[in-house]
Design a protein. Sequence first.
Lengths: 263, 263, 263, 263
Amino acid sequence: MCRWAAYTGAPIFVEEIVSRPGHSLIHQSHCATECLSAINADGFGLAWYGEREEPGLYRDVMPAWSDPNLRSLVAQVKSRMFLAHVRASTGTATSRNNCHPFAVGRWSFMHNGQVGGYDAFRRDAEMLIPDALYPQRKGATDSEALFLTALGEGLATDPRGALERAVAKFEALSRQKGAAPHIRLTAALSDGVRLYAVRYATDDHSPTLYHRWSPTRGGRAVVSEPLESGECWEQVPPGSFCVFENDAVEIVPFCPAPLAAAA
Amino acid sequence: MCRWAAYTGAPIFVEEIVSRPGHSLIHQSHCATECLSAINADGFGLAWYGEREEPGLYRDVMPAWSDPNLRSLVAQVKSRMFLAHVRASTGTATSRNNCHPFAVGRWSFMHNGQVGGYDAFRRDAEMLIPDALYPQRKGATDSEALFLTALGEGLATDPRGALERAVAKFEALSRQKGAAPHIRLTAALSDGVRLYAVRYATDDHSPTLYHRWSPTRGGRAVVSEPLESGECWEQVPPGSFCVFENDAVEIVPFCPAPLAAAA
Amino acid sequence: MCRWAAYTGAPIFVEEIVSRPGHSLIHQSHCATECLSAINADGFGLAWYGEREEPGLYRDVMPAWSDPNLRSLVAQVKSRMFLAHVRASTGTATSRNNCHPFAVGRWSFMHNGQVGGYDAFRRDAEMLIPDALYPQRKGATDSEALFLTALGEGLATDPRGALERAVAKFEALSRQKGAAPHIRLTAALSDGVRLYAVRYATDDHSPTLYHRWSPTRGGRAVVSEPLESGECWEQVPPGSFCVFENDAVEIVPFCPAPLAAAA
Amino acid sequence: MCRWAAYTGAPIFVEEIVSRPGHSLIHQSHCATECLSAINADGFGLAWYGEREEPGLYRDVMPAWSDPNLRSLVAQVKSRMFLAHVRASTGTATSRNNCHPFAVGRWSFMHNGQVGGYDAFRRDAEMLIPDALYPQRKGATDSEALFLTALGEGLATDPRGALERAVAKFEALSRQKGAAPHIRLTAALSDGVRLYAVRYATDDHSPTLYHRWSPTRGGRAVVSEPLESGECWEQVPPGSFCVFENDAVEIVPFCPAPLAAAA
């Protein structure tokens, strides 16, 4: 399990989400409260959108709290759209290429959760990635494979559908060769224009997902757990796909169709 | 506050102390129980004695639990004397040169605790280091400065006296320019022949210090907190200096003499 | 292109190969002479055999010349069989999981060379790795994929044949989807008992491969370029598979059979 | 010896200096031509000024050419004033805190050159740093000590004078306790408003220093060696202190006054 926070709206210094709030993402890297592991110290990452179509990407393997580069970067960089993540490995090595977010072209993606028994079918899962995207496979995580599979399923034109199809394929593999719980996931993704988030599980234990519009800031934070206590955060129900654009929120069902076989 | 474990006796794989026990040092790197911070993830280090007079030294900035090099090294290396440390920074940067143990010539040294208000007199403390030892000053910690000062006070010929004099000087600086609590320290050090440990504080909160002889193993572990519950560990009283050689234990008072001024 | 050196014989400090000779492996990390890139600074690695069946593994992403951990390790560790490597990336990321040697069970493997147009068929190459070995796929290099494929082809019982079959499959993929030159390779591998090396290319530019028995040391070094000028090194001819056991050398042809299709 | 490049002018993507030119700073990290070591791979750093008074700081220990974070950062960040550096250690450890630039408050500083026999008087040199600045002493380089000494000499109000006094003190220490050549230095520094550079040596071998105004870009690059061959770069004569503000250049003599004794 990991923790993450995303933002879309008027440009703000990234530190306003990542390090300044009382229960900021960096605070959550050693004191998370709404997930199994309080410690999320197996690397971190930031994808931010600025003047280019492609996001900037900064990832490293130290705990987020101990990296002076990160502290400096989030204090300097203003962004209208960014994704930030602190990692608690569920087994895969601590390496930069296994840190979230992942970025391909204009898209960035980060994930919290698990795919049950993934080690038993990692090879099958990687086979779901199309040849054209395979050079983007840099690490060994289920998360990166899911992202690349979703890109192959048409993420650019049909984000919800593509992600449903990708998750359905992973779910089928887990049912066939893996173990329960098959899928527990929250994820955030962006093309630099809209911010998307999803909350889904094959059992009753969906990871939590919240969002909050700040009128003073003119932007919205989307998070795996609230950044401040005492604030009013809206919880997204399980089985939801969210589209955040400017101050608008659209929340629709997220229903990966059961598949007979995976590949 | 940090956690550490040392060993002297018949050669064992280092992992028998560092990673195998139920509450091994690596377990303590995320779940320490007898110190303020449960998380000791700001780097780690190992000094071990083998076929040379000088110890080997392996230190890195990741959490100890996530470094495959460490896992491999402690599974391969057998040693009759070693010091291992997991770090929780009290402010100084997470960098290899700030990781314990420190090693100079045949000596190695590691430390847990604090020197009150150190930042206000770091320059004075570094001035206590003799010119000949100054090239060994690699990082910025109070611990390394204390070790080098003790070496300058004659650690090689009078370990207890030299450490008392060094601590007295640091204590005087803290009283003069720093803040309470002035000194809280446990430390372990070795010349490759004997293992020494010290427990001391200027107030009633000495960090804990334990040791235990294993007859099956033919060796002794000296630790900041026990490696297994249910075992019988002997606690060292505050204000003690310990000498461990073969199966013998000598525990004598550790009494840094009050000093009027530091430098 | 990379540089590497291996040793088998009476136990020696690893530094006697890695850092002490005039043109040691660390010297070659910035001044290699017999390959295209003089600089091999994209990480390094060491696999050594000691008291266990499995080798120890130490790899990191810095240049070999600047890592104090490596310097200390090779000064302390004595080994009767080890493989050491300095890397010049041909495109893949500089990450620990992309550093040689690779180790699975008792086997270790390191490689210098290229597989022509690998990016275009990496997915096909990874499909050659059997399911049971797939969890060992940690990085993204052609070298690791070749090693795992060879393990799947029966490296443990038929080293030459397994490596020939694995190389034949990679060669077929390169002819089908990649680019010339299809294969240029030297590699060293070991099961902890014997040291194997191979030199092969599909064109006239096999990377160099040398070995030399030292009677004073009682051991043999096998290298991609000589460790000292003025010494008498034997060059292995292209298309050779070498078995080094104690002071014996067996050199036989290495002839991957042409394959019609890859998978 | 190291290589560096600085820029002041209309905001540009940092990559236009650091990675895009034919002989960019990253190219110089493995193929420098105007200094003793062609390889400058012992870490790198970037200080850039954006919306805050203090610069952002990004430094790491890998070779500049192999860090994807750096590549992404310089492609995203636009800046009107920045300093970038690739390091070839002259002995000090490869660690982030030894990487240039150094930053304190609004000031940043980077250096190429040497202080003769520094190890013999490092302690004396550090004593030149005032107490108030001593907490900023993070590493062990002569460069950082020189910068902090210059800050203590009044860099903020009298840049040339403060740097002359600091260099004079280092030169006196080198003459007294060190070795020839006593000082060879080029350095660049900034308060976020002006860019300063200095070229000086106690012998005839000042490191090179060039600058060039780009009318198309509306900015000036100041470098240790030209970024493109075929362009017209102006060389700064030895013993010079340069002030670059907007498109204006002021070059005045830099004459550290001989000192009898250092401290």
